[in-house]
Structures are given as structure tokens and as C-alpha cells.
Design a protein around this ligand. Structure first.
Ligand code: ADP
Length: 346
């Protein structure tokens, strides 16, 4: 019998870099404005990865054990706001295990056949990284259960009286999922990950280290105080820090002598309207709206989104976690409310 036809859409799957790099690339935009630069700045090993010590220790234990048993890593779920290093860690896991990493994202796996195409192409021990795994469709998710647990895919082929179920064996792979919101993951899916680990915002000290490393890699002249100034205003997020470095470098070359000093960094970030607390224009717009139009709230997310002109996802996944962690905002059942700290700031 001919095997089932799997309609795997290459365009929706993966794009691999030339073999000598061996590193996969996202083939769709995931709010990653500077993909090539990001790739260059990604730490290649645990040793180069700053911060997230607990997570790194847990991963080191798992990698060591899997390698000594000669087995595939068990499934891992990373959660936390965008830009904290979830993709980077998945790539490092691939390097440490000496296996390929294939990168995709929840919303791109539209049909079970997309998933089948991805899974049947994995070799023993390969890592499938699914970003935004909470956005995977319900149907696809159900196929994922048996794939993760029994390394088997039961797919129905044909329709009507000819419909039959075919069980496809899969190589033992590792699913690394990333989500900005663990709460949105269903319990059955969550329970299939052996390790669930949360990435936190980075401390200013860790971010300074990351900024110094990026400046050195990009050969940008800097002073430590300049790196520290950027770190203070980068919302605890390496991706934001790396993006800010580029603007500050441009500013330094246009308005100063090219060196990122503290004064240069501060002036550049003022120009971007990022204040000393790391709050950007949108953060301040949200706080001002709650204070001025709603007397501190509670206000529903939908209302805030319309009033500030930002979509709900971005508000929930990017702005709110930072505002909450910094103590400017609280989430309650009735809506978002401002804290006294936010009133004091405004
Ligand atoms: P996420 O997948 O969580 O959105 P990424 O892994 O894509 O985040 O990281 C975004 C950028 O931040 C990458 O360019 C990466 O180089 C950098 N980065 C993230 N974490 C670290 C870290 N701990 N040390 C150095 N750079 C980091």
C-alpha cells in the first residue's frame, strides 16, 4: 500500500541555512525586526548565556542526563515575555545535544498535515521548537498529544467510506515549546512537558553584561557606564537592549564622537522617549489613560487597547507584564488598575 500523502507546505515549514551553518532560521516574521543581527548576537552555548541561572541549571542537568543515557531530551516548555531568550535556549539545546533544531510557530501549523510534515522530517533526538505554542489550533494540538507521548501520529486519510486511520511511527524527538502566557495552554498539553520553566526579566547587572558582549561582537566603542545606562532602560529584555544599542550607536556617530558613553546613551534614549525607568511612549500612554480618563481604573483590556491604539495581544504580552512587575499596574477581575507608584510617577 502506498503511504499516506502528506501535504507539507515547505513555505510554512522551515527554511534552513546552508549546511555549513547548520542553524535553522524562522521563515516568517515573529516581531523580529533584525533577524540577521539577532542571529549574530545569540549566545552559542550555555557558557555564553548570561542570567536565567535556575533555568540554565535545570537544562544542564537534563542535557547531562540525556547525553549520558544516549537518549533524546524530554519535552521542555519555556514561558515568559518576548525577547528573553526562549529561541536562543532552544538553539543552544540543539548544539549541546549535537542535534538539529527546527523552528516553527503555533499559528503557522494550521492543519494536522503541516504538523505531520514537520514531525516526520525529524531525526532521532532532533528538537522541534514551537514558538507561541499557545496559539496552536485545537485539532493540531490533539495530534500533538500522541506524538509527544508515544512518538506516533494517528492520521485519518481519505474521506467518507474510504476514510482510514494510519499510524505513523516517529523518531524520538524533543518538543521545545515557548509561550508568552502559560495560562493559555491547555492542561493536557502542559502536562506533557517534563520541564516547565519560566524566564524572568534580566537584572540590570546581567543586561549590562549582555550589552557589553553585543558591543564587543559588533565592534562598537563603548564605556561601561554607557552600557549600564542602556541596561537600565531596556526593560530587562535582551532583545530590546540589542535593538537600543543600534540606535545609540547611530546617535553616537551623528551627535558625538562615536563612543557610547553614559551621556550619549542617556541623550539617545531620551530622543526615543524611553525614560529612566525604561518606560516607553506606549507604557506612558497606558498609564496616563488610566489616570486621566478613568481615575485609576479598573478598566478592561479591550477599552485600553482601543484608546491607546495598540492590539490586545501586544498589551498583554509586552507592556502589561513589565508594568505589573515594576509595580505600576495591577490586574484584577474587574480590569486593570493603577497603583500609587504609577500616580506618583505621573
Ligand atoms: P525569545 O525567543 O524569548 O523571544 P530570543 O531567544 O529570540 O527571545 O532572544 C532575542 C535576542 O536576545 C537574541 O538576539 C539573543 O541573542 C538575545 N538574548 C536573549 N537572551 C540572551 C542572553 N541571556 N544573553 C545574551 N543574549 C541574549
Amino acid at each position: 500500500m502506498a503511504g499516506p500523502k502528506i501535504a507539507f507546505n515547505e513555505e510554512k515549514g522551515l527554511l534552513k541555512l546552508p549546511a555549513d551553518r547548520g542553524v535553522p532560521l524562522l521563515n516568517h516574521t515573529l516581531a523580529e525586526p533584525r533577524l540577521p543581527v539577532e542571529a549574530a548576537l545569540r549566545p552559542p552555548s550555555f557558557a555564553d548565556f548570561t542570567g536565567q541561572r535556575k533555568t540554565i541549571e535545570r537544562l544542564n542537568v537534563m542535557v547531562g542526563a540525556a547525553r549520558s543515557r544516549g537518549e533524546a531530551l524530554s519535552h521542555i516548555l519555556f514561558s515568559g515575555p518576548p525577547g528573553l531568550g526562549k529561541t536562543t535556549l532552544a538553539l543552544i539545546l540543539g548544539t549541546e545535544m549535537g542535534r538539529q533544531v527546527r523552528i516553527t510557530s503555533g499559528p503557522v501549523i494550521e492543519r494536522p498535515s503541516d504538523l505531520a510534515g514537520l514531525l516526520t522530517n525529524l531525526q532521532e533526538g532532533d528538537i522541534l521548537f514551537i514558538d507561541e505554542i499557545h496559539r496552536i489550533s485545537k485539532t493540531v494540538e490533539e495530534y500533538l498529544y500522541s506524538a509527544m507521548e508515544d512518538f506516533r501520529l494517528d492520521i485519518i486519510i481519505d474521506q467518507g467510506p474510504n476514510a482510514r486511520s494510519v499510524s505513523l511511527p516517529l523518531n524520538r524527538f524533543t518538543l521545545v515549546g515557548a509561550t508568552t502566557r502559560t495560562g493559555l495552554l491547555t492542561a493536557p498539553l502542559r502536562s506533557r512537558f517534563t520541564l516547565q520553566t519560566r524566564l524572568d526579566y534580566y537584572t540590570a547587572t546581567d543586561l549590562t553584561q549582555i550589552i557589553i558582549r553585543s558591543c564587543q561582537l559588533l565592534e562598537i566603542p563603548f564605556e561601561t557606564a554607557g552600557a549600564e545606562e542602556i541596561a537600565r532602560r531596556a526593560r530587562g529584555t535582551p532583545r530590546i537592549a540589542n535593538n537600543l544599542i543600534h540606535f545609540v550607536r547611530d546617535f553616537a556617530s551623528q551627535r558625538a564622537d562615536g563612543i557610547i558613553t553614559q551621556a550619549v546613551a542617556a541623550a539617545a534614549l531620551e530622543l526615543l522617549e524611553i525614560d529612566q525607568n525604561g518606560l516607553d511612549e506606549m507604557d506612558k500612554r497606558i498609564l496616563r489613560l488610566l489616570a486621566e480618563a478613568y481615575n485609576g481604573g479598573p478598566v478592561g483590556l479591550g477599552t485600553i487597547a482601543i484608546a491607546v491604539g495598540e492590539d490586545e495581544h501586544t498589551l498583554e504580552e509586552v507592556h502589561e507584564p513589565f508594568l505589573i512587575q515594576e509595580g505600576y499596574l495591577q490586574r484584577t477581575a474587574q480590569g486593570r488598575i493603577l497603583t500609587p507608584k504609577a500616580f506618583a510617577l505621573l
